[in-house]
Ligand binder design. Structure first.
Ligand code: ZN
Length: 242
């Protein structure tokens, strides 16, 4: 069983198209999405429809929950709030209904799936070793996939208070029979300084995880942001991977 894992697409259609076409060449059995289909970028409708149609499981992220009305928009800072309000208007009733049906946590093939973390499915950032260690204790299964931070990451239990791991360069990791929390990174708004779109291939038979990066037409995504009247900082940060 081989699955491609994507997260944090955030309405970036050029990035999503590049990732889906790369995944077509991977010969995977399934596609799993860890949430945040919308927000920040200018194509929430196309991204929502494409991912929900193509994936076997898709979680809700915090942006999906704000845009679909489950969480009040006042929780967001400026750019995120502007983009969420814009997305609410841009989405069809059908796409909003699809977003309303999603949950921020799930399970597939014995793997725990959360948008943010096992402790707080919607908001917690697992980006440091102490938080990761606390979260590793809460797993229902050996493997857990999370998104939300937009950074490719891996953590396994450490000797005491601190998990071992951190940033994941592109490449393969042997999972052995250990416990892991893995983050594929973000398709639509990478924040690790590498502007290329990110995804992960999880091979449950070989017990490997492989982080991938793909080039996409960043200028096209930036133009779409500007033409939609969204904050220009959202276009700028795509080019920086921030
Ligand atoms: Zn996100």
């Amino acid at each position: 069983m081989k699955a491609a894992i994507i997260s944090d697409v955030h309405g970036n259609l050029p990035a999503l198209e590049a990732v889906l076409s790369a995944i077509d060449g991977e010969r995977v059995d399934e596609l799993w999405c860890l949430g945040d289909l919308v927000g920040y970028n200018a194509d929430p409708e196309a991204c929502t429809l494409a991912v929900i149609e193509r994936s076997q499981i898709c979680l809700a992220g915090n942006h999906d929950l704000v845009v679909n009305g489950s969480i009040d928009l006042s929780v967001f800072a400026h750019d995120a709030a502007v983009a969420a309000r814009w997305s609410q208007k841009a989405l069809s009733a059908h796409a909003l209904e699809l977003l309303q049906a999603l949950s921020p946590e799930g399970e597939r093939e014995g793997v725990d799936l959360y948008h943010a973390s096992p402790r707080d499915h919607v908001w917690e950032y697992v980006i440091d070793n102490r938080t990761a260690q606390a979260c590793l204790k809460l797993l229902r299964h050996d493997l857990c996939l999370i998104g939300h931070s937009h950074v490719p990451l891996r953590y396994r239990p450490g000797p005491d208070m601190l998990a071992v791991g951190g940033y994941s360069e592109p490449g393969e990791l042997e999972l052995g029979d250990g416990r892991w929390i893995l983050n594929p990174g973000s398709v639509g708004q990478p924040r690790d300084g590498d502007p290329r779109a990110a995804y992960l291939v999880l091979d449950l038979d070989a017990r490997t995880a492989t982080w991938r990066r793909v080039d996409y037409d960043i200028a096209r995504a930036q133009r779409a942001i500007v033409e939609a009247g969204l904050p220009e900082t959202l276009a700028w940060r795509l080019g920086e991977g921030r």
